[in-house]
Design a protein around this ligand. Sequence first.
Ligand code: AHR
Length: 817
Amino acid sequence: MGRLGGSVLLLAAMIAAAGAIDTVAGPQRLSAEPLRDGEWNASVSVSLADKKPISPLLFGIFFEEIGHAGDGGLYAELVQDRSFDALAAATGFLESSERQMRLDCPALLAAHHHPMEPLHAPWRNPSDKVYRSKAEYLQERRADTNYDPRNDIIVAWQPLPGTNADLTRDNPLNEHNRISMVLTAGAPGTPSGIANFGYWGVALQRGESYTVSLYLRTSESSSRNVTISLVSQDLATAYANVSFYGVGGSWRKFTGELTAAATDTNARLAILFDGPGTLQLDMVSLLPTENVRRGEGLLNPWPFRADLLGALKALEPAFMRFPGGCYIEGDWLRNAFRWKDSIGSWAERPGHLNGVWGYWSTDGLGLFEYMLLVEELQTEPIWVINNGVAHGDSVRGADIMPWVEEALDSIEFITGPADSKWGSVRAAMGHPEPWNLTWMAIGNEDCGKPFYLNNYLAFFGAIRAKYPHMRLVANCDMGQDAPTDVWDWHIYTNPTDMFNRRNEFNGRTPENSNYVFASEYAVTDGGGWGNVIGAISEAAFMTGMERNGDIVLLGAYAPLFVHWNNRPWPTNMIVINNHQWFGIPSYHVQQMFRQAQGTHYLATQVVTNPSTQVHEDKVAASATCQNQACDRVALKIVNFSSYRQRIAVTLSGTGSESILSEGELVFLYSDHPEDENSFDEPKKIAPSSAAMDGLSSQFTLKAEPVRTAVAAPQRLPSTNLDVTHAVDATLDVIQSSIEQLKSSYNNTPAHHQPASPPAAAHTPAAAEHHSPAVSPDGQRWIGEAQADGTILFRSLDTCCGHMVGEEADGTVTFHFD
Ligand code: AHR
């Protein structure tokens, strides 16, 4: 027998009844079989009496600007490099002090990856080594100290034959957008202009309206007329035209609507004019008119591509971490995501080189747009901010305060009243109502990098002092070094290791450990471009998240999106091109677990049967109450084995005797572990659901090889008061999991309590304020109250200094330790 796939079973009638999971056709009805002695490979025992609350934020998403997730992806802009900054970066003009640079476009296209390369084009390095994928290519290139991300920039503009194109700093559009394009016409009477490839083609839908806008001027004394066309790849067929008249000596914004006469997913936007003469242009934008309409009332159009927004909504994420990842760090600090450059009118955002992932970021998706997305998804924001640490350089402690101010200002931008300094900027962008913000992450994967500890302490102290409600995510468990509210845990691995990681958090409790945010997890090695076996093993890992859902507060698969034509990372939850998307099997697992995320974990034990022929430790399971009353239970069972498993399910505890016989099974399965979805077969691997009967407190289920199954919640009859009462008895302390977690936080023993601000009554003022104290030599120190009444101070200005101090009458006396 060849190697079979695997399965995830979700036994959860409620889920399918709600119709929230997008299932494909499967069997209509399945029957559980009675339990017979010894006739099972693994047993799953669930105790209805033994439960604990789990975090309501357990399953969320992580949006990072990687693989064109934003620009060319969720961001609705159809023109690539609308402000010519990518060209400027690719040619070196950006960093030069030249006034003007003539582009040798054929040479540029040859030196850079052609935007229309076939999907599986091999990536080559300068010595012509061929790689299987860009991911492989980038991995090796990055290890090379000479790696320069500018070489990976796509050249998206191509002048028409005979037209000269120059990047220029003359007559900038505005002070933030300082580079523009000057076209010089060829021979008089011949059409001149430039065409844009979009993001691997501009996707047009017949009859749909698109809004073009651009800024134009000319240096000629007479005014000029310009035509914008949506055209076929060979520029021979025009699908729509709009002409603008009277382009003069001053910059002016021209806007027009274009209705596509045909569907073409590989079209171009062309800007055409007649020579002789020159035309200067900047901020060339094309959006579905629907986005412009929906943006009424906002400073900028509605920023999201509708189908991809739908893909996210279908996940109903509990939170969204954004916008990185390495993206927020930058390869160098000069390329880090800085939120103040990402707000205001799109035409006034400078954009920046996304140096880690090798393309230009317009910053059209900026802090405002991320918060709009959070609002649209009705989810909890987790805003990751650069804390002065990039991959290649760091801000030293002595210089960190402006970065800390930037973080504080971002909180005001998001949450401040409309008449506050930064709240008023948000209001002017069309959102006077403040948003809520509770979570912020201080950097990404930066522990161990120079100045992280100092910078973290400065951020933590200042944010907590001004916004005591904030929960702050550290990049690792800071242990005794610094307070840890919650710390980031990342894993990218192979399927077997991922399956084994279901036990990763066992034994950690709020009493002995700091809270965990599994903010990035995925199978990247052996997971193909997103296959079944990877998804199944992630499902097993997620059962471990549920089991430990009192200490693992949040978790997210990563990365979220990738454009098929530019894949810097092998596995990504949602694969897109310019007009389609599909979820890899992991997408469906995420959706299955989120839809069946409960309020409590029910003690679930998996035991394998040593007396059967197939005896492997390859089954994972977890059960959750779907509501406070616990009258619906979801059981997730994962079969990671290459063999079919007969699973004996036992539900014990009060009320288990009155379980209804009807339930529902949602399952994800393939015979081939390497199976993947694709644009041609987007739902080759997707959950199916079936009504289940024959359920009782003991039954058997067959789990297909290497599949993931989530079984349906069992509805317990309301007449069974014992169960209801048993649950109610604990409800007064677990009204809301997160509230309970927060309060338990303040009751935990001192040795792992630094995550929370010390209780005011026991805290010397300097530590309580978390504002830096200044020692006689001018160094700044952040204090933390100790059990013995002293304050342990850590230096903000040197890497490793610490000292103790005592406070009397508001004055701190320092002693070196
Ligand atoms: O998810 C891709 C990258 O993996 C993230 O940017 C980074 O945090 C991690 O190394």
